[in-house]
Design a protein around this ligand. Structure first.
Ligand code: HEM
Length: 527
């Protein structure tokens, strides 16, 4: 018998208690070791004991869908620096944006982003600086002012479909029929007034945003707005995948194992959703290539298909095109859809602000409006209150509220007065930073679109993280603003919303996005 066989036989003959003790010992070493090692000298920072000991603490917060709220509570209790994982410090200091996310510090994205890789790594997930610059260069053409103008007709088309769907529901909507439930609900019927339709505004914002980006990215809107239905479950899959990524990203090494986490179906659902989205993205690119469409069409896929490989020349590799197209679709859909929902929610919650918005829109777009009118970007881009409402909503209801983790580069760095060793993970908690009275003043927690219409605007922009900051900031920011401004101007000029159940708060659940799950509203026409 070989030595290996003897060892194997010896191990197999051990009693169950010995196996159990061994497993506990291994787990204990894994948990306790980073703590005692004082990894990267982080012992000096306060934080929950369990967070100092293991990444599991963050994973649990993510699984509970409340990363931002928990980290904010920690900052309120401990101050600007909180150790939220053995090797991760959250820095909620007014200079943190510049020091952690800014240009020139050499910090890279952390392993957290590995969870988001789909098909292969992409512009959003890559942790390699050169690879990122190369990808950024390739896609930057898509977002030039000239390309942006080419995108506007697709946004106008989707908004026109949304507008006519609302009109049709208001015209023909059955009393008490909450569109998404597909049945008459007596509680809704009791509250509904003449000329109103009842619907889930969160769902319709999603339909609108997904149709726009579907058209921009793949040359084909999903058709959700026209159908009033997401027939492929795309929106739900994207949500499940986002929640899964934000959770798995806390302990990236578990990624490949999550399909087998039978104790919690959340993990297998998210993992399946991620794979399904990958397949859908690949199929969409293949479909677009197979059908010879409009040769003048200048959408995101057009720019990817005509980009040349900077190293080898010729077209980009097939998988790279697919991964990048899918990334734009993912990055540009739920972000805008969810922001539109938050704007509707805020306008219902703050009727005085809604009146101001309506006054601005009524004066810019007097009655009578053409049938199924949609605001052009030229007409709404400089309206100060429209812009104020969007900025203020993105401040207090930031779609990406979580701190975005970055790794301190070689040689270490001084961040907000503290020195950090190379390899330490740092993040700026957007939710907390956007509520910091040192920046936003004593009314930091109040919804004040007016703060964006005054002379302080440029100064406030420096502390605004709605689209992040630095080399990894949102590349689609200008497209997002075009979409959001056109949408806010069009919807709030033509319609008014009120909550069906005013006493219910909004159920916000956080994955990677800080997302309103459902917003039951009545909608009526304005004249
Ligand atoms: C309201 C809408 C949007 C919001 C709030 C938003 C927010 C953000 C944020 C916070 C980041 C940084 C993420 C990180 O570092 O982990 C980001 C990155 C990114 N966004 Fe957006 N985004 C929006 C719309 C869009 C649109 C419309 C597109 C494309 C059409 C887009 C494409 C991207 C891409 C490709 C990145 C990765 C950039 C890089 O790493 O170089 N986003 N976005």
């Amino acid at each position: 018998m070989s030595v290996l066989d003897s060892v194997a036989n010896g191990l197999l003959s051990l009693p169950m208690w010995a196996w159990g003790t061994g497993a506990l010992l291994v787990a204990a070493i894994y948990w306790i070791f980073p703590f005692f090692r004082n990894e990267n000298g982080l012992k000096r920072f306060p934080g929950p004991l369990t967070a100092k000991v293991s990444d599991l603490w963050m994973l649990i917060q993510a699984r509970k869908h409340r990363i931002s709220l928990t980290i904010d509570e920690q900052h309120q209790a401990h101050g600007d620096f909180v150790r939220i994982a053995p090797n991760h410090v959250s820095v909620a200091h007014p200079h943190s944006i510049r020091d952690v996310l800014g240009h020139g510090n050499g910090f890279l994205k952390s392993e957290f982003y590995y969870a988001f890789d789909n098909i292969e790594d992409n512009i959003f997930t890559t942790r390699d600086r050169l690879k990122h610059s190369r990808k950024r260069k390739i896609v930057s053409h898509m977002f030039s002012p000239k390309s942006m103008l080419g995108f506007e007709p697709y946004i106008t088309k989707a908004l026109a479909i949304y507008g006519s769907q609302m009109e049709a529901m208001i015209e023909t909507g059955k009393a008490g029929r909450y569109v998404e439930l597909g049945r008459v609900d007596e509680r809704i019927k009791e509250r509904q007034r003449k000329g109103e339709a009842a619907l889930d505004a969160a769902k319709w914002s999603g339909f609108l945003a997904f149709d726009i980006i579907g058209d921009l990215a793949f040359g084909d809107p999903f058709g959700f707005t026209a159908a009033g239905f997401d027939n492929v479950g795309f929106i739900t899959k994207l949500r499940d995948r986002g929640e899964w990524c934000a959770t798995v990203g806390q302990m990236p090494w578990i990624k490949t194992w999550t399909p087998y986490f039978f104790f919690d179906p959340f993990f297998s659902t998210g993992s399946k959703a991620a794979s399904a989205l990958g397949r859908m993205g690949m199929a969409a690119v293949d479909k677009r290539r197979a059908i010879a469409g409009d040769p003048d069409r200048k959408d995101i896929l057009f720019y990817l298909l005509s980009a040349s490989d900077p190293e080898k020349g010729g077209m980009l590799p097939d998988n790279e095109i697919k991964a990048e197209a899918l990334t734009q679709l993912i990055a540009g859909s739920d972000t805008t859809g969810n922001t539109i929902t938050h704007v509707i929610d805020m306008m219902i919650l703050y009727p005085q602000k809604l009146r101001k918005l309506q006054a601005e829109l009524d004066s810019a777009f007097p009655s009578p409006l053409p049938e199924n009118w949609v605001s052009s970007f030229a007409e709404c881009k400089d309206l100060p209150y429209v812009s104020g409402v969007i900025h203020e909503t993105l401040r207090l209801r930031t779609t990406v509220s979580v701190g975005l983790p970055r790794v301190v580069s070689k040689g270490g760095a001084k961040v907000c007065g503290e020195f950090f060793e190379a390899g330490t993970v740092l993040s700026t908690p957007t939710y907390t930073t956007h509520r910091d009275a040192r920046v936003w003043g004593q009314n930091a927690l109040e919804y004040e679109p007016e703060r964006w219409t005054g002379n302080d605007r440029n100064e406030l922009e420096k502390h605004f993280l709605g689209f992040s900051y630095g080399p990894r900031a949102c590349i689609g920011r200008n497209v997002a603003f075009m979409e959001l401004k056109k949408t806010v101007a069009t919807l709030f000029r033509r319609f008014e919303y009120r909550r069906i159940f005013p006493d219910d708060g909004s159920e916000i659940r956080e994955g990677f996005h800080f997302k309103v799950q459902e917003l039951p509203v009545f909608i009526h026409r304005r004249t």
